[in-house]
Write a protein that binds this ligand. Structure first.
Ligand SMILES: O=C(O)CCC(=O)C(=O)O
Length: 263
């Protein structure tokens, strides 16, 4: 029997038509607090490394942030499933896997996960982009789960989406002049803001154009992003001979491979 998904038929329809939907809170305060603690620990451990070691430990995107080349008051912490048991548990054993199975089919892999910390008063947010533009091969479509670790508001930089833009296919992305980000939409449409309470999840197609706003408050706006792909769509990296991304199977035959309470 396939796992019963914690989403409604209406949400599945909205995902198909508009490219996203917003869940009710899926995580309790204890889990969210533990995720925040994990982010703080990983951030502190990275910052405590001597700069040359730090740079060896960082991914290319993290290096750009560390060097201030993105310089927009954001911190990105990647591959948290390898650095924190609670992050791994959320990636492999939570309702998110059931949502991914409902949207992608019975064979699902964890494709990528990272936390975004939009810093108090400093964070500028992300420019319009499709997540597929960051993920080779460029046109791959996967499912992105944006888990709010804090309430996300218009003031602190909640997500904005362009409903239906996932149907436009992969847009040409140009490097932003001031930030080391790519931008896939230059139009006038301000999109739809998605303020959410902590624990709610914005589930979107990786082809949906989205951005986030600046943080004009004195507190953090943090989110944990977990991406899942249908196993057959994950391509092989010719350099390593291995499937791209985090490459961790999380569901097979429609069943979670690590049902609660986690491995
Ligand atoms: O959390 C945010 O501010 C947006 C993050 C985002 O769009 C991304 O990492 O692709």
């Amino acid at each position: 029997m396939p796992a019963s998904p914690p989403i409604t038929p209406e949400q599945i329809d909205q995902f198909g038509e508009q490219g996203y939907f917003v869940t009710e809170p899926l995580f309790d305060a204890g889990t969210l607090d533990r995720l925040i603690e994990a982010c703080e620990r990983v951030q502190a451990e990275t910052d405590a490394l001597p700069l040359h070691t730090q740079h060896l430990a960082l991914t290319i995107q993290e290096k750009l942030y560390a060097e201030g080349r993105i310089g927009n008051g954001l911190r990105v912490l990647e591959r948290l499933h390898k650095k924190s048991p609670i992050c791994r548990r959320v990636c492999v054993s939570s309702d998110l896997v059931k949502i991914a199975v409902a949207l992608l089919g019975p064979e699902v892999r964890l494709y990528w996960n990272h936390a975004v910390l939009n810093l108090p008063r400093e964070g500028a947010g992300f420019v319009w982009h499709q997540d597929s533009a960051y993920a080779p091969p460029k046109a791959q479509e996967f499912v992105c789960c944006w888990v709010a670790l804090d309430d996300a508001t218009l003031e602190n930089g909640c997500l904005r989406v362009l409903p239906g833009s996932h149907r436009w296919g992969l847009q040409q992305h140009r490097r932003h002049e001031e930030r080391d980000e790519v931008q896939g939409y230059q139009g006038e449409d301000e999109g739809v803001p998605l303020p959410v309470r902590r624990g709610q999840v914005v589930v979107s197609s990786s082809l949906l154009l989205h951005c986030s706003g600046p943080n004009r408050t004195d507190t953090h706006r943090r989110a944990y992003l977990i991406n899942y792909a249908a196993t057959h769509t994950v391509t092989i990296n010719p350099l390593t001979g291995k499937p791209r991304g985090n490459n961790l199977p999380v569901a097979s035959g429609g069943q979670m491979l690590y049902p609660e309470p986690g491995p």
